[in-house]
Design a protein around this ligand. Structure first.
Ligand code: NAD
Length: 478
């Protein structure tokens, strides 16, 4: 089998190394073989992007609009087929995968529109007879480094604004999901991006990622992934004076108050904690529940968990697909043991499951009697594992919610306007949900967090312009 190639400098380029892409629902199913670039290939992509930048950045907004619109239209038209590929290689269910694909298409269409809305400001000078204008200009070559858990939406929310605002792109997808990255890149290429403007460089983080971080011609890095990698990226970007933006982990609280609608709270918890196999940076891994509803909530959630269907991601009826790979599954199970060892009570799930095909199946796990200082309540597990922490009242619940190194999303279930309003104002997180799961956001508004979850300007919506452009202030003697 010939390995699917990288796209560098306007051509599909083979590599000497390649990696297999394995279906986590069925390890006997090889999704494909994908090129793994070396540092030289990454450098060629950066140089091609640099060479393409002057013409692309000045080539006009109609051209950029038309290309992004074509990409968005094709993604939407092929949502089922692309969704099947995504479900097959990443393991989220067909419904989740098609939903993510639609999201990616919508993002391209949103930024196609944004191309036509570039504006600056004309400002009065404090000195008579002088005009001042502020305008936004693209950065140049940007390196986009993405994780495996949203294989099409996250690349879309980086590539679309990068191109819309006139940058040239080197895209480095996660090693586990090259299939979706390749399919998306093929669409972008056929939509007519000029040679060098968009480059796909699949390969290892330590090789291709590293090359992007250290090359002097890369002006900016937009990264989504783990805190550990984010830290390395921040240090290297600072050394090379690159602009950078990091979206990292979460340990998102869902607060359930005594006056919550129990059905709403249980749905929010089950969805937020376990759907997409808990592999979402916005997953609700801490369920902070006040004393008056605690036992009813735990009982109802445990009941609901019994009905959740864990199976092959592509099988109709599956609600929770497999864990992405053996390493992640082992990590999840290690945390289940850590939780037990810390004295939390495992009331549901946690075990490896076997299904009709060899895959990485795991029963969603729920701990009760957890304390907020336990590792299972402090560290990102990134699997279908949630811990219930009991709180006396709203004030303690809010304090526990904010007692974390992360700050991506925080949710509250309540029927009280007073508590909902107070929580929105005082939750120390970039995003707040009231009577909604912590995961599940719109594509046209800013996305991002605080503290250890994020660094730099927000992604998505009109806020994306902050990262992908730099401001110029021009003075003219009139
Ligand atoms: P990861 O940090 O292991 O990898 C992310 C990307 O960085 C991959 O493309 C990887 O190849 C690359 N990389 C690894 N080492 C590198 C290096 N030294 N230099 C440059 N690049 C390198 O993360 P992952 O396991 O793919 O994804 C899971 C993580 O992503 C979780 O922590 C999750 O919370 C986070 N995440 C965050 C958000 C968000 O928006 N906040 C969204 C999705 C996922």
């Amino acid at each position: 089998m010939e390995a699917a190639r990288n796209f560098i400098g306007g051509e599909w380029i083979a590599a000497t190394d390649a990696a297999q892409d394995i279906n986590p629902s069925n390890t006997a199913d090889v999704v494909g073989l994908f090129a793994r670039a070396d540092a030289n290939a990454a450098a060629q992509a950066i140089e091609a992007a640099k060479a393409a930048f002057p013409a692309w950045s000045r080539g006009g907004i109609q051209q950029r609009h038309d290309i992004l619109k074509r990409v968005g239209d094709e993604i939407l038209a092929r949502k089922d087929e692309l969704g099947r590929l995504l479900a097959r290689e990443e393991g989220k269910t067909l419904g989740e995968a098609a939903g993510e694909t639609v999201r990616a298409g919508q993002i391209f269409l949103f930024f196609a529109g944004e191309c036509l809305r570039m504006a600056g400001e004309k400002i009065a000078s404090v000195r008579p007879g002088i005009d001042i204008e502020t305008t936004r200009e693209p950065l140049g070559v940007v390196g986009l480094i993405t994780p495996w858990n949203f294989p099409i939406a996250i690349p879309a929310w980086k590539i679309a604004p990068a191109l819309a605002y006139g940058n040239c792109v080197v895209f480095k997808p996660a090693d586990l999901v090259p299939g979706t990255a390749h399919a998306l890149s093929d669409i972008i290429v056929r939509a007519g991006v000029p040679s060098g403007v968009f480059n796909l460089v699949m390969g290892r983080g330590s090789v291709v990622g590293e090359a992007l971080l250290t090359h002097p011609d890369v002006a900016g890095i937009s990264f989504t992934g783990s805190v550990a990698t984010g830290r390395t990226i921040a240090a290297k970007c600072a050394e090379g004076m690159k602009k950078f933006q990091l979206e990292m982990g979460g340990k998102n609280p869902l607060v359930v108050l005594d006056d919550a609608d129990l059905g709403v709270a249980v749905d929010c918890a089950a969805n937020g904690a376990f759907f997409s196999t808990g592999q979402r940076c916005t997953a609700s891994s801490r369920l902070i529940v006040t004393a008056g509803i605690h036992d009813r909530f735990v009982q109802a959630l445990t009941e609901k968990m019994k009905s959740l269907v864990v199976d092959d991601a592509q099988k109709p009826g599956t609600q929770i697909g497999p864990v992405v790979d053996e390493t992640q599954l082992a990590q999840n199970q290690r945390y289940v043991e850590i939780g037990k060892g810390e004295g939390a009570r495992l009331v549901a799930g946690g075990e490896r499951l076997s299904r009709g095909t060899p895959g990485f199946y795991m029963a969603p796990a729920l701990f009760t009697d957890a304390r907020n200082d336990m590792r299972i309540a402090r560290e990102e597990i990134f699997g279908p594992v949630a811990a219930v922490v009991r709180a006396r009242d709203y004030d303690e619940a809010l304090a526990l919610a904010n007692d974390t190194a992360f700050g991506l999303c925080a949710g509250v279930c309540t029927t009280s306007l007073k508590f909902a309003t107070h929580f929105k104002r005082n939750a120390d997180a970039g995003m707040v949900m009231v009577n909604l799961p912590t995961a599940g956001v719109d594509y046209h508004v800013p996305f991002g967090g605080r503290k250890g979850s994020s660094y730099g300007p927000r992604e998505q919506g009109r806020y994306a312009i902050e990262f992908y452009t730099t401001v110029k202030t021009a003075y003219t003697l009139a």
